[in-house]
Design a binder for this molecule. Structure first.
Ligand SMILES: NC(=O)c1ccc[n+]([C@@H]2O[C@H](COP(=O)([O-])OP(=O)(O)OC[C@H]3O[C@@H](n4cnc5c(N)ncnc54)[C@H](OP(=O)(O)O)[C@@H]3O)[C@@H](O)[C@H]2O)c1
Length: 248
């Protein structure tokens, strides 16, 4: 396998401009076409990564919560989609499907009162994954785990100290996935993302659509600086992580 380096790092500071905000990847990663990616949460990031991997010969499956979206993703994009809603108690079939894949991206946010969907069924998940094909797990987290740094620089070495409920749920989900992956001997990563932007998703797009700014978009107006990441950069970093992770 060809190895690739991500030059630079993501660092940010609440209240100051980032020292390094650009992820660059050299070369094109080589992927094994027998690889099978399962994306729990075919949202904005999930769909961009799914298309990218599909173009490179991967088999890609994933989840969404509505039949209309499932039909659209299957018929227009050619993905294999399963309905999954954290609020529905029976997730057995989803767990069974995950174990047939080599890679798992978890892109569903924690749900208040439930926590990390999928992970809430940890015992069944663990049983399903034991002896399965999974060799890489990635949990998409958020910078909300850091809480308020009071203006200090925040990077991967900064100790998380979430001040919001959602930040606390995120941190618990991170720990849950890392512990599960470690105990099963599966390479497990956590990416803490800032505000995601990309085609069709920005304050400018909202204005063009003549929609109202979201709460987080309005909040950015009150801050001097904010942490943002482009969806393509996230996918580059995810692919680099896949390439550099050793299988079990
Ligand atoms: N957007 C940001 O600025 C930002 C910043 C930091 C971290 N993050 C996190 O990074 C990840 C990827 O972001 P994104 O913008 O791609 O997210 P997104 O577009 O909102 O997609 C989230 C996915 O999770 C699914 N989902 C939501 N609630 C669910 C539930 N209760 N049960 C089952 N599935 C559920 C959605 O299903 P449907 O497809 O049916 O809608 C969707 O597929 C997410 O976890 C997000 O919270 C986002």
């Amino acid at each position: 396998m060809e190895l690739h380096q991500i030059s630079g790092s993501i660092a940010f500071k609440f209240g100051h401009s980032p020292r390094h905000a650009v992820i660059r990847m050299t070369g094109t990663p080589e992927f094994n076409s027998r690889n099978r990616m399962f994306i729990a949460g075919m949202g904005f990031v999930g769909q961009v990564l799914a298309q990218d991997l599909k173009n490179q010969g991967w088999t890609v499956s994933g989840t969404c919560t509505s039949s209309i979206k499932k039909k659209k993703l299957e018929e227009e994009r050619g993905f294999d989609i399963h309905l999954f809603d954290a609020n529905q108690p029976d997730v057995t079939s989803t767990l069974e499907i995950i174990k047939d894949h080599t890679h798992l991206l978890v892109s569903i946010p924690p749900v208040p009162g439930i926590g990390g969907p999928i992970l809430q069924n940890e015992l069944r998940l663990r049983r399903a994954l034991m002896g399965g094909n999974l060799q890489w797990i990635c949990y998409l987290s958020s910078t909300s785990v850091y809480g308020d740094s009071g203006g200090a620089w925040v990077d991967e070495d900064y100790l998380p100290n979430p001040t919001s409920d959602v930040g606390r749920l995120r941190l618990a989900a991170e720990e849950g996935w890392l512990n599960l992956g470690q105990s099963l001997g599966i390479s497990t990563k956590v990416f803490r993302l800032g505000g995601i932007y990309g085609p069709g998703r920005s304050a400018v797009d909202t204005i063009i659509k003549r929609g109202a700014l979201s709460e987080s978009q309005r909040m950015r107006g009150y801050r001097r600086f904010t942490s943002r990441v482009n969806v393509q950069d996230i996918c580059q970093a995810l692919k680099a992580s896949i390439c550099t992770s050793s299988s079990r």
